[in-house]
Design a protein around this ligand. Structure first.
Ligand code: GLA
Length: 378
């Protein structure tokens, strides 16, 4: 990176490098903005940002993937309007840093990433968190504040009403562990995974146009569910507060779609807890079944799956050594995550690639999900 940096900006003097990982979510989908539970792992796929002070008043950011440069006077950053491209992530982070009392110092940034974009493996959060570390310019922010600041950048500047999962796991990921996040308390605990198994992500290579508008719609439908359920039961402030019994009692009064959305969230929260218990007990069958149940719920009740994801889940279950599989991330394309015996991983990859190719004439990318550490300096 040093060489490229030098070529781009003339000098790499004082260069520092930061890394922030993407993630795969094992279970707990569309629960984070309902203040429930999620269970992601940080990946070894990551975004790397190299930075060094610049001699003028400019902030320059070069994306190696896009081969594009953006630049602003540092004084302009507070008033910036979104450009509706990749640069909104680092620019949004710069703006939030300024609002949080961290003026941006003139600097050059070089961004490179191994997190595939639009794949549901959280390339956005990896870009936000690595940019934030670079733009902090040696100043420090506590890890939770860092995650929350990056989430605000995405919500306020990019305009995506996301939950906290992606930024949180990019900061708090831990080697060899999954991280169970309580999205209300914003605390977490590390979850050991059973020996002899592994998780593999398979990329549909599609991202349907629906993804971001449907995400907004789901957020709104969950708010409608809370309003409806809250009329009947006191103290319901989010779907996190709703028990399966309460939901059953009010279901007839809710719009049918809203009731199904709520049912997904309420049952999914419960599945996260049971998955963690099954993992502690080494009950692989149960873990796999919970992943399949999660997928069915996302497909039928939450309606965020698609033909390609459904196909991959179905095809995975027919392959030797597989315990379970589900879509991961926001949905409408992106990846599935599959739990399988570690010694079956190689054969699994070959078989799932063949099956997907036969069906869609597209070669899916396959990623080993080795739980890795969260963001930091290199
Ligand atoms: C996207 C969002 C997350 C989360 C997932 C769905 O990745 O950024 O906050 O809501 O979708 O679980």
């Amino acid at each position: 990176m040093m060489e490229i940096f030098q070529q781009l900006f003339g000098s790499a003097e004082g260069m520092r490098t930061f890394r922030a990982p993407g993630r795969v979510n094992l279970i707990g989908e569309h629960t984070d903005y309902n203040l429930g539970f999620v269970l992601p792992v940080a990946l070894d796929l990551a975004t790397t940002v190299a930075t060094a002070p610049s001699r003028d008043r400019m902030l320059r950011i070069y994306s190696q993937q896009r081969q594009e440069m953006r630049q602003w006077k540092v004084e302009e950053l507070a008033e910036l309007a979104p450009a509706h491209d990749w640069s909104d992530y680092p620019a949004g982070v710069a703006r939030e840093l300024i609002l949080a009392g961290f003026p941006i110092q003139p600097a050059n940034l070089l961004i490179a990433s191994t997190v595939p974009e639009g794949s549901g493996l959280s390339s956005s959060a990896a870009l936000e968190v690595s940019s934030a570390l670079a733009l902090l310019h040696g100043r420090t922010l506590n890890p939770l504040e860092l995650a929350l600041l990056c989430q605000r950048a995405e919500r306020n500047f990019v305009g995506m009403p996301c939950g906290i999962m992606d930024q949180y796991i990019s900061v708090f990921g831990r080697r060899n562990c999954a991280v169970e996040i309580d999205c209300r308390s914003q605390g977490h605990r590390l979850v050991d995974l059973p020996a002899g198994i592994t998780f593999v992500a398979v990329n549909t290579m599609v991202k349907h146009a629906l993804a971001s508008s449907a995400y907004r719609e789901r957020v709104a439908e969950c708010a409608a569910a809370v309003a409806g359920i809250g009329q009947r039961f006191r103290g319901v402030e989010s779907l996190r507060d709703v028990s399966p019994e309460q939901l059953a009692a009010v279901e007839p009064q809710l719009m049918e779609t809203v009731a199904r959305r709520a049912r997904h969230v309420v049952t999914e929260d419960d599945r996260v807890g049971r998955f963690v218990e099954a993992s502690a007990a080494g009950d692989l069958r149960q873990m796999g079944q919970l992943m399949l149940d999660s997928h069915a719920s996302l497909r039928d009740d939450y309606e965020v799956s698609c033909e390609e994801l459904d196909f991959l889940v179905q095809a995975a279950t027919a392959i030797d050594g597989v315990y379970g599989s589900r879509m991961t991330g926001g949905g409408f394309g992106g990846c599935t995550v599959t739990l399988l015996r570690a010694d079956s991983a190689k054969a699994f990859a070959a078989k799932i690639v063949d099956a997907y190719r036969d069906r869609f004439d597209v070669t899916p990318a396959v990623y080993a999900c080795q739980p890795s550490d969260g963001a930091g300096a290199l």
